[in-house]
Design a protein. Structure first.
Length: 279
């Protein structure tokens, strides 16, 4: 596996790898260093993508537990990151499918709203629009390192609940049943965590964080917004422009990501499989 750094702080392109027979230990070691790996020219079937992900742990269904709607893929473990409905057509602009596309444009880590949260996500490009639709990643380890010492002391013991539907409700998607709202109850995480692979401290924040425990609601949300603004400065961010067959793998324990805007009337299809952060 040949690694070529794509950013001064994190992210590398990995060539010379067939993900149908991956060097698992080498990939884990590279992930602990770079947090995001780009594998170009990977023509994987759904079955092969799922099999690759299973090499790294149990698979996570994420928000599918609350959505309770049939997917259009053969495997339930595949998360459909697209603007395409179950019939293969561009989804209705008012549908929950389109709300998902909008929510993906907010800074988040996959499944931070559950316990266990997500570990690795593997996103494969299938169809891409002519303009826009890139994906950005932010290094939460470097962001923590760059905080003033006073801020590090201030947030050292703070905790924030993460809730699955928080981002969608912010965007106006409020039509959820009580059963759906309770399908994935909120879970609390410390704002400062230690990444087990690298041993580095990081900011565990993102749009799923609703408030700070024990702090005035408004003050806590402003602090979360300030930390998010800090963590997503250009110096900590890598933007990936997709090519057909790119598979990008990232560590949700130490990076945030977001999709970028694109014309929602243009087809965009990616397939994601995610592992749980379990031994």
């Amino acid at each position: 596996m040949n690694l070529r750094p794509l950013h001064p702080l994190f992210v590398a392109e990995a060539r010379g790898v067939d993900l149908r027979d991956p060097p698992v230990r080498a990939i884990v070691e590279a992930m602990d260093r770079y947090a995001v790996l780009v594998f170009p020219a990977q023509e994987l079937s759904e079955a092969e993508q799922v099999a690759f992900a299973r090499r790294f742990g149990p698979l996570d269904l994420g928000l599918k537990k609350a959505l309770q709607r049939p997917g259009r893929h053969q495997y339930d473990e595949i998360i459909d990151i697209s603007n395409v409905d179950a019939d293969g057509n561009i989804a209705d602009p008012t549908s929950k499918k389109m709300y998902s596309q909008l929510a993906n444009q907010l800074w988040h880590s996959d499944s931070s709203f559950q316990n266990p949260p997500a570990r690795y996500s593997m996103l494969l490009s299938v169809v891409h629009p002519p303009q826009g639709g890139e994906t950005e990643f932010a290094d939460l380890r470097a962001a923590y390192d760059a905080l003033p010492e006073a801020t590090k002391r201030e947030i050292a013991a703070l905790r924030a609940p993460h809730y699955a539907l928080h981002s969608r409700m912010q965007l106006g998607d409020t039509d959820w049943t009580e059963a759906q709202k309770q399908a994935i109850p909120p879970v609390e995480w410390p704002l400062v965590r230690t990444h087990p692979g690298s041993g580095r401290k990081l900011l565990f924040i993102g749009v799923h964080a609703t408030h700070i425990v024990g702090m005035h609601l408004g003050a806590g949300r402003l602090l979360l917004a300030e930390l998010l603004e800090h963590a997503t400065q250009r110096e900590f961010v890598y933007r990936h422009s997709w090519r057909m067959g790119d598979l990008v793998m990232w560590d949700n324990r130490c990076v945030l990501h977001r999709g970028r805007r694109y014309d929602l009337s243009q087809r965009r299809e990616l397939r994601r499989v995610t592992t749980e952060d379990t031994a």
